[in-house]
Design a protein. Structure first.
Length: 88
């Protein structure tokens, strides 16, 4: 499973992105469950965010959804943090 997160916005407006390929990872089932829930709760069009808040584009195996602060679900928040931390 390929998971990509792109973060835009924020006070400085700096874009950050990372991608994780979970194939062969020992915790791949955990990644899959988290990604599926995060995508199912996402929007198909970018939502209106708040000033200086972050907006996110989450892509899982080619399916892209959008989310924005402060209305992230817990699963989206966890997935975003994990991909940005562990991804390349």
């Amino acid at each position: 499973m390929r998971i990509r997160v792109r973060r835009t916005g924020g006070f400085a407006g700096i874009e950050r992105s990372a991608e994780v390929d979970t194939s062969g990872l020992p915790d791949a089932p955990e990644w899959r469950a988290l990604a599926e829930k995060a995508v199912s709760d996402g929007r198909h069009v970018p939502p209106v965010g708040v000033p200086d808040g972050f907006s996110y584009e989450i892509t899982v195996n080619g399916r892209t959804v959008y989310a924005a602060d402060p209305r992230l679900t817990e699963e989206q928040r966890q997935l975003i943090a994990r991909v940005l931390k562990e991804g390349a």
